[in-house]
Design a protein around this ligand. Sequence first.
Ligand code: 2P0
Length: 320
Amino acid sequence: MSSPTFKPVSVRAGVNIALIKYWGKAKDQENLPAVGSISMTLRDLFTQTRISVSPDDSDHFELNGIPTRDPRVFKLLDQVRTRAGIDQPMQVVSQNFVPTASGLASSASGSAALVTAAWKFLTDRDEWTEVIDIVRKGSGSAPRSLLGGLVELDKARGEIRQLSPPEAWPLSMVVAQLSEGAKATSSRHGMAHTRATSIYYDAWVQAHPYDLARAREAIERQDLEQLGTVMESSTMRMHACMLGARPPLIYWNARTLQVIELVHTLRKSGVGAWYTMDAGPHVKILCLPDDAHDIRHAIDASGVSLKTTIDSMGDGVCVQ
Ligand code: 2P0
């Protein structure tokens, strides 16, 4: 079954962190979001995926050195094979340079790297536009990892566009890791539960375009205070929406609030720092590169964070 014409392919995709959040899916669509979103692609947190010819007639998947039978991965490979019209089993070796399934967006970088690598491996084509819908089926936020810098994902057709390349307005993100291990509720389940039971869900969807517009305007003007303020608001509205579900969905832990309080204190002392949290307890702090070290130092001095790192804006998906 193996063919000497297939060359191994290695792809790197950066984690992306939403500034304006996606939470909730459109009804009866193929993982299209109910709301648009804007994110920042990171440089130092990423997934690296290598694909080569399988040694036998089936697919193989190894994640962080451990052979894994993840049906979601094999389904994505099937979809790429169907799109390419090529029936070639693959060997996939993937490394997450980010804690897996802990609310630090490894599924987005993972899906972007996997689908892009499989497409390149089978067809030798670099155009991920041809498989963006398959990337999205792996993770709704994954298309954002295809581009670098600040990226908008449109809700209607799932298209992406770069709002600002990394070099135009370099920003930093201080990542405070506040727990170990995987989250208890997957985003997919959490979104479905929120949509089905939260009394705030409709208000979340209706108010969302305003946050997107404010963020676009802030990016256009390179106004970090406006961007940070609307990011915090979008973050809190998303978590409020989850808290309005029955039973409530809480991704935070006690440390999360301690870091939020610390960010408030930093801001009062004149440091430009704004927080955001996703489907996990970790806090990501948006700031200018010049302030990042002071912010990390303050978090480390508080003793709250298990690990604190500084990241900057990264490029889009890269075939190596
Ligand atoms: C986001 N999150 O915009 C939001 C904010 C988490 C909180 O997208 O079900 O892995 O595959 O579409 O994309 C995380 O969820 O979920 C996410 P699916 P995904 O980044």
